[in-house]
Ligand binder design. Structure first.
Ligand code: NCD
Length: 466
């Protein structure tokens, strides 16, 4: 983390380090499963917990429209006996006067509120909020980046419906490019070694950075899928892909992934076209799930899921089908969020250990002029005024290291590595990177960038180490 940012973790109300939920990766698998058990307890009698968080205040800072996420958080906190303050309308908050997110959370996260839930249109905004607030921050959706609490509700619903999460077959359909719910859900499904079939609306496939991460962090392999018997969905895309966790895996058959016949689907997850994030792209003939789709043999035991709001992606007559669980997903949002907040506030303890923080892999020095290439990243948006660029090193086994924006987690292609004191640069092979001490390492996206920063190509006589 850059030195200009407030980096030291603040104590949480339980006396331990504060915990945020920015990415679904911030929770360990064991924590997720244990939270489900607490959610079940809360759900058994929603009205029995009004002492658990008495005296605490939650603030919802929503700079984008929301119905379910904000209201379920507010309901959850009220049911826990806490209080709620909200800035739900961008026009009525100081953001409309040009106040930064960092300043807002510095003020609200402290004497005003003990926990913050933030929704923001820019990718990476939740990480900014988490860094600047002294209290736990929950990401209520940041641009097209992530929506981890929706994923908790989705997983919780699936877990209740199917009795397990390991190895399920899940079809993701629609706008997979901009749906933040999809991105968080994918990472979690991969962790539970689910097989994912993507059926994007053409042009709205899973972004490359999500796919790369699925491959690097979860060993996911991709292949073509044959889902021709899903009418309404199949017609929308001729590029269904099959993503499967490599090991251990119950379908050993797919070690050489060729075209896969999908004949047992556990869930079909529909998403609406995220028009607010499109730049005028057409979405004619967007996939639509009908009762006919559900007549397909493969969909016999499928659950129909949707984070809502639904626009036209699911016919209304599907609502009566017992396999439709989208309203259940929304209903389970209250006990799930009660469990999450009670945990982050230190009002319930879990036996499970947190994950080693995936966001604390080594940061890199940003002495060069690198910037995140994701134009929707907060570092290129409101953060231009105050955020220092911050990249972390990511390295898959046998791969040359790459850099990832610490806010929106988009990868940055780096071609050269330089030696700070010796002022040389060279192509960034795994060996060379390892040989240059971290304190001397500088990264460049191109030779031109390295030369512009005053570095010269490495000569055979140039030493690599210290
Ligand atoms: C989703 C969101 O905001 O990303 N809604 C929600 O929180 N349940 C999905 C959407 O808006 O399409």
């Amino acid at each position: 983390m850059s030195s200009a940012n407030p980096s030291s973790p603040r104590p949480g109300p339980s006396g331990s380090e504060k915990r945020d939920l920015v990415s679904i990766e911030d929770l360990s698998t064991e924590e997720i499963l244990e939270l489900f058990q607490h959610a079940d307890e809360f759900r058994d009698n929603l009205r029995a917990w009004s002492d658990l968080c008495r005296g605490t205040i939650m603030a919802t800072l929503f700079f984008e429209p929301s119905t379910r996420t904000r209201l379920s958080f507010e309901s959850a906190m009220l049911r826990l006996g806490g209080g709620v303050i909200t800035a739900a309308d961008e026009k009525s908050s100081s953001r409309s006067k040009g106040e930064s997110l960092a300043d807002t959370v510095r003020v609200v996260g402290g004497s005003y509120a003990d926990i913050l839930v933030v929704r923001h249109p820019e990718d990476g905004a939740a990480r900014v909020a988490a860094r600047y607030a002294r209290v736990p921050v929950i990401n209520g959706g940041d641009g097209s980046h992530e929506h981890p609490t929706q994923t908790l509700c989705d997983l919780y619903t699936l877990w209740k419906e199917k009795g397990k999460l390991e190895g399920l077959e899940v079809v993701l359909c629609g706008d997979l490019r901009y749906s933040r719910t999809i991105h968080s859900f994918c990472y979690a499904l991969a962790r539970f070694r689910a097989n994912i079939v993507t059926m994007p609306y053409p042009g709205f496939e899973l972004p490359d950075y999500v796919l790369r991460r699925l491959r690097r962090d979860f060993g996911v392999k991709t292949g073509a899928a044959s889902v021709a018997d899903l009418p309404g969905l199949a017609g929308s895309s001729n590029a269904a892909a099959y993503l499967t966790a490599s090991e251990p895996h119950q379908l050993a058959l797919f070690t050489q992934l060729g075209p896969v016949e999908v004949n047992r689907i556990d869930a079909i997850y529909m998403t609406r076209a995220q028009r607010e994030r499109h730049s005028g792209e057409e979405t004619k003939n967007y996939p639509r799930l009908s009762s006919q789709t559900l007549r397909a043999a493969a969909a016999k035991d499928a659950r129909v899921m949707h984070p809502l709001p639904r626009v036209d992606e699911i016919d209304y007559d599907v609502d009566a089908d017992p396999r439709s669980v989208y309203f259940r997903q929304a209903e389970l949002g209250v006990p799930m969020r009660m469990a999450l907040m009670a945990y982050l506030l230190g009002r319930i303890q879990l036996r499970s250990r947190p994950r080693a923080d995936h966001a604390t892999n080594p940061g890199v020095d940003s002495r060069s002029s690198m910037r995140c290439r994701n134009e929707r990243c907060i570092t290129n948006g409101e953060g231009v005024r105050y955020l220092e660029r911050d990249f972390r090193i990511r390295q898959g086994v046998g791969e040359a290291p790459s850099l990832e924006c610490a806010y929106c987690e988009r990868e940055l292609e780096v071609r050269c590595v330089g030696h700070l004191t010796r002022r040389w640069f060279d192509g960034c092979s795994e060996q060379l990177v390892a040989a240059v001490p971290p304190s001397e390492r500088v990264w460049f996206e191109s030779e031109e960038q390295a030369r512009a920063a005053g570095f010269e190509p490495r000569k055979p006589s140039d030493a690599v180490g210290q």
